[in-house]
Design a binder for this molecule. Structure first.
Ligand SMILES: Cc1cc2nc3c(=O)[nH]c(=O)nc-3n(C[C@H](O)[C@H](O)[C@H](O)COP(=O)(O)OP(=O)(O)OC[C@H]3O[C@@H](n4cnc5c(N)ncnc54)[C@H](O)[C@@H]3O)c2cc1C
Ligand code: SF4
Length: 657
């Protein structure tokens, strides 16, 4: 990007920030613009192939704003005209608003405080009484010689197993395989960033810095987009430890009806058998999975649950709300779980599987290296290694050789890698098909008195509604303001007014397991995620939203209103919510998102399968896929415990002992 282009981009960002910044906001236009420019530069430096898309969007926005002279009112009028035009332009205007709002609320002052966020009632944990005295627990660090950085030489070795992706699945595989005496090369596109915050000089960003944590721990800094039936972001981790590091640590077993379906319809006998139960138990013991009420000793859990429980009681459904099981211990309730846990209270794979694998001396983690393609000998379709390149760019491609290769790069990443491997093309496997996901669309209930839902563990309670048939679960959730702003509706002043009520909201979301009609298309670079949803997906969402509103409106005290994240008519009352939600007729009108992508490399004994029930890629040798991408259907509940238990089962097949 030339200096002129950079200057133009900064001008566009400034115009957007000026347009969407509330006039009394304590963060100035200059400071927020500087932060936006820094964020973009850091985003490009991550090597994300989506950075170009962001640049293009900003260039188009710059063109649309040409001639306004950058004045606040003129820019707002122009953007409002864009917002009322074609859907694609409206998406762009909304994106501009989201970006500017996130930057404004995430900009820190010199003392490290998000002043705009504080102005709407937020307090960073350091300023809350228990936060002032909080100390981080100790964290096991991977030994220096177990981690090979992107600029270090790749040793000339042949590993027993090369695993691509160090997330929930990849880390379990690394632990199980090294424990069985195998040498393992673990390739990870993200960096090794310990979670513990040791002060400003450390590699890890400040615990509450939303933008820097997105850059450090998330794939595409949280901006991985979709196309097709709905525009949404697909959130995934990109760091050693993968999504396990930034997830909410909520643990569910796979519902029984799906275990039967995977075994009966897809040939995955292990899913219905004792082997999976035993694997769940082993993982539970290692992660010390326990009810959230035990994991958070002082009870600092998102208080949204109180309102849902009160509503359930009024409706005669006392006991509807349950405490989640979590892999967390001695939680302080800072509310930063999606920014990794700087206080080291989550028991992620960084605290468990990876140190234990490294302690055997048989693990090498190749961090900051993206797998480009798998080396497959075409005569026998035998996998022999993986070609890697530094994620952030720089020196060329190299090969890490192994006797077996396991792809555990997560949903999206694994399909993209298999799709890029041209040697597999003649096999005509349905790579990328049957992609599915659990999606959410939060409901905010606005109470007269402050709720301070940010002051506690983000996600602590759930209820289940009719799950085996066409149901859903409802889960509480709350985030610091910049991230939370993405779940709030409204255009211009409306969004600002909604954000001003930040401290008064309780929040919960129906979580819907989508149908499996979407696709990861690896013919594009970067891969594209095409979303196709059906009537049943929309109907489930509508039932989920209706039930969530019903529970909130039945609570004591009752909220002034409930907000759903639609483009229009988003403010609901007890008299209007049923009709308004019933009127939703497409995903174009409501914002959804997912942090639980699944499928794309379906596990099935028949032609729907990319992998066989024993996780080996059909018609190949020594090539396996083990991660959320092999799920034949979406789970409809949070998947990571199942991903890990499945990896435990799969390790036996990969080790072949
Ligand atoms: C914000 C958030 C909250 C969540 N909350 C929960 C929760 O509370 N409970 C729950 O059960 N689940 C939760 N999840 C989902 C859960 O974490 C995932 O389902 C699970 O981690 C998937 O495991 P995986 O091994 O398939 O992929 P991941 O854990 O995503 O790991 C894949 C890894 O592969 C790496 N990779 C990808 N492509 C390449 C490549 N080409 N080369 C090298 N490396 C590559 C990635 O960088 C990543 O580290 C959450 C997810 C997110 C993002
Ligand atoms: S609330 Fe989340 S991030 Fe904070 S200490 Fe507890 S587990 Fe860690």
């Amino acid at each position: 990007m030339s200096a002129t282009e950079r200057a133009e981009e900064a001008q566009t960002l400034r115009a957007l920030i000026e347009a969407f910044r509330p006039p009394a906001c304590p963060i100035g236009v200059d400071a927020a613009t500087r932060r936006a420019v820094e964020f973009l530069a850091a985003f490009r430096a991550t090597g994300s192939p989506r950075a170009d898309l962001l640049d293009t969007s900003l260039t188009v926005l710059g063109t649309l704003l040409a001639g306004t002279g950058g004045g606040r009112e003129r820019v707002r009028r122009r953007l409002s005209a864009v917002d009322s035009s074609l859907p694609a332009l409206r998406d762009l205007a909304r994106f501009a608003q989201r970006l500017a709002t996130v930057v404004i609320y995430a900009t820190l002052d010199e003392a490290g405080r998000p002043l705009a966020a504080q102005a709407v009632g937020y307090e960073v944990f350091e300023d809350r009484p228990r936060g002032r005295v909080a100390v981080a627990a100790s964290e096991p660090r991977l030994p220096r010689d177990a981690v090979v950085g992107p600029s270090e030489a790749i040793p000339d070795e042949i590993y027993d197993v090369v695993v691509v992706g160090s997330g929930a699945a990849g880390s379990v595989l690394a632990e199980r395989l090294t424990a069985r005496g195998r040498t393992v090369a673990l390739i990870e596109a993200g960096d090794y960033v310990p979670e513990r915050y040791d002060g400003a000089a450390a590699d890890r960003p400040r615990p509450h810095d939303e933008l820097d944590n997105l850059l450090r721990y998330y794939k595409d800094a949280g901006l991985q987009p979709t196309a097709g039936d709905c525009r949404m972001v697909v959130l995934q981790g990109q760091c050693v430890g993968g999504s396990s590091v930034i997830n909410n640590a909520v643990c569910f077993r796979m519902p029984d009806h799906l275990r039967a379906e995977w075994a009966g319809e897809f040939g995955a006998a292990w899913a219905a058998g004792r082997a999976l139960d035993d694997a769940y138990d082993r993982i539970a013991a290692e992660l010390r999975i326990a009810p959230v009420t035990a994991a958070v000793p002082d009870g600092w859990i998102n208080p949204s649950a109180r309102f849902l429980a009160s509503g359930a009681k009024t409706l005669g459904a006392e006991g509807l709300l349950h405490a989640c099981s979590v892999n967390i211990e001695a939680c302080l309730g800072c509310g930063y779980c999606n920014l990794a846990c700087a206080y080291v209270r989550k028991r992620t794979v960084l605290q468990t599987m990876l140190p234990s694998a490294a302690a055997t001396g048989r693990l090498r983690v190749f961090a900051g290296r993206r797998a480009r393609e798998i080396v497959v000998r075409t005569t026998a379709y035998r996998a022999e290694g993986v070609v890697v390149e530094p994620t952030r760019g720089g020196t060329g491609r190299q090969t890490i050789r192994g006797r077996r290769v396991v792809v555990a790069a997560g949903a999206v990443g694994s399909s993209a890698l298999l799709g890029r491997t041209t040697a597999l093309a003649p096999l005509e496997l349905p790579i990328g098909e049957r992609f599915s996901f659990n999606f959410v669309s939060p409901v905010h209930a606005d109470y007269e008195a402050p709720v301070r839902a940010f002051d506690g563990l983000q996600m602590g309670h759930y209820c289940v509604e009719n799950l085996p048939r066409d149901g859903f679960v409802i889960e509480t959730w709350f985030s610091p303001p910049a991230t939370q702003s993405l779940a709030l509706p409204g255009w211009g002043d409306e969004l600002q007014a909604n954000l001003e009520r930040y401290a008064h909201y309780a929040c919960a979301s129906p979580l819907i397991g989508s149908s499996a009609g979407s696709k990861v298309d690896a013919r594009f670079s970067p891969e594209q995620i095409w979303i196709r949803l059906g009537r049943q997906d929309l109907d489930r969402l509508k039932r989920g939203l209706t039930r969530t509103c019903e529970l909130f409106f039945a609570s004591t005290p009752s909220p002034r209103r409930a907000l759903i994240n639609t483009l229009r008519d988003w403010s609901l009352t007890p008299d209007t919510y049923r009709r308004r939600i019933a009127d939703l007729d497409s995903f174009g009108d409501i914002q959804i998102s997912t942090a639980h992508p699944q499928g794309g490399n379906c596990l099935s004994a028949d032609a729907r399968g990319v992998v066989r029930p024993d996780f080996r890629v059909h018609h190949t040798r020594d090539l396996y896929v083990v991660d959320a991408s092999v799920f034949p259907t979406s789970l409809g509940v949070n998947p990571h415990w199942t991903v890990m238990a499945m990896a435990d089962v799969a390790a036996g097949h990969v080790a072949d002992d």
